[in-house]
Design a protein. Sequence first.
Lengths: 349, 349
Amino acid sequence: MLATVIHAPRDIRVEEVPDPVLSTGADAIVRVVAACVCGSDLWPYRGVTPTDEPHRIGHEFVGIVEAVGADVREVARGDFVIAPFYVCDGTCANCQNGVSTSCLNGGWWGSEVHDVGFADGGQGERVRVPLADGTLAVVPGPVADAEIPGLLTLSDVMGTGHHAAISAGVSAGDSVAVVGDGAVGLCAIIAAKRLGATTIIAMSRHPERQALAERFGATHIVAERGKEGIDRVRELTGGIGADRVLECVGTKESMDQALRSARPGGMVGYVGVPNGGPELPVRQMFGRNVGVNGGVAPVRGYIAELLPDVRSGAIEPGLVFDLELPLAEAAEAYAAMDERRAIKVLLRP
Amino acid sequence: MLATVIHAPRDIRVEEVPDPVLSTGADAIVRVVAACVCGSDLWPYRGVTPTDEPHRIGHEFVGIVEAVGADVREVARGDFVIAPFYVCDGTCANCQNGVSTSCLNGGWWGSEVHDVGFADGGQGERVRVPLADGTLAVVPGPVADAEIPGLLTLSDVMGTGHHAAISAGVSAGDSVAVVGDGAVGLCAIIAAKRLGATTIIAMSRHPERQALAERFGATHIVAERGKEGIDRVRELTGGIGADRVLECVGTKESMDQALRSARPGGMVGYVGVPNGGPELPVRQMFGRNVGVNGGVAPVRGYIAELLPDVRSGAIEPGLVFDLELPLAEAAEAYAAMDERRAIKVLLRP
């Protein structure tokens, strides 16, 4: 079968790899219906994180279950499933606490997962899914083709934007500023509106993304950055800053923007992978009582809550996909995202 | 009148200073009944923060109102009042948001406060209180002498311990670890118990403080620090760490202890002044979804909630005062706290 393999920075190939086989009783084999490229896939693509040897890549996909191991109970052959961007058992203490990204038995696509072996990358024709009962979320009933993009966002970006909003404690009537106009930032706007925020400020300099932000619920667009951007946010929030700020980028500059855009007593919910590891300025946070909460988003646990709104069309996160390509053109998908020609690319095997 | 003046590191003097006078219509003059030394007063005492010139010091006191300006409405001559460790108007947007430490018109004892002039230090016979209606909390009815220590803790340490617990989101059934066995850490134990925590782990190596921690509600004592301390906390919390950790010290080491003692998805509430400005390790926080929330505690807003429990004896924060001295011996009070001979010293003018 075909799957995407990263060989080196900017060297993405779609290659023949062995077909997956059930290897534990808890496995499922999923035929991928759609996968996509994540902003975090661009770190190895750009060489920011090293690629020591060629390996399978991709961690967001939806598909049809083709086979299950003898111990699988919640997932059956023929089910349409959403795979979150990680593997989890759903039963350990951390999963029960809602932090399935810290599953004691789980792990990451494209790497070794504790006792259950190497988990395939997600950008391929088929994937062996370890811990299938915990990992996969079943979408009931027939799934229309038009639903695929929206469902695929529950694999990562919609759940991640929601996690930013939940971590920041967004609730009815809040003012919310969103730093970052990538797919996650745009989904964070959806999440903020869904949770009742009434002032939603999207920080974006790109006309297409500004338009999508407004469609998703942004009430104001701030194109300025740095001190000017912070001043604009304060102007829009009674002079003091936003109640909640959603940091959806992960750079030192974006976190600084977020911290300084929050009002005293406000909270920054952050989900951008802090690549390079910017440290947080604790004295600045302390003096203004600005908290920071979030992290790698436990999206598996959010699917049950978000799925009905995606299926009903109440929210439209699938619109973040502005380019669709066949799997064979994965290299072009990476290039389009790297060059910001596309917000997010959907791949069809 | 007499008041405490810091001249240089380890040079604390009680000296004659001018009597305070009403200078704005919003002022009150308070005769100090009791004041105390704060852990943060030890930073200039130890020379960690500079003392460029002699100045009044102290920011926690209770007393009797002797005079009020023409515009004061909430406070009257003869009232027994608690002064929080800062000045605030109670009406600005930040005060209304519960963050009175960020009052747009407020400031700090012993320094200039916006438009209302220099605010006296609190360790003296009398204090001019600017913005009296916002700053001072009236204790109704007659106040017994035995109540003084407990009431004085509402000026800072009890409210600050409570802020750590509130910022961490402590709620019924939680496991809570408290880092720091000073007066604030001990009050944080009271706060955690009061909010319904069922497992309360006090990290302390001092027998007297361990005993007080247990009296206040600690269910476990962990004397170990560093990795051993973290391992002990995990043993006591099902192997994963505490739901909430209250950081009540403010050093890099204590914050590290706190972050690593929290379970995935847990929250660190912090109130220790981050002296020296340790930065927070954001990648470690991100990977485990451990949030950090807190800051300089808006204790003025907590007095109404905590006062009834202090007066009824339901909580006994006044026990943190294990030494009482006349104001004239303020230098000895500082030395006793600096050398950890006393947890907290009460001064009587």
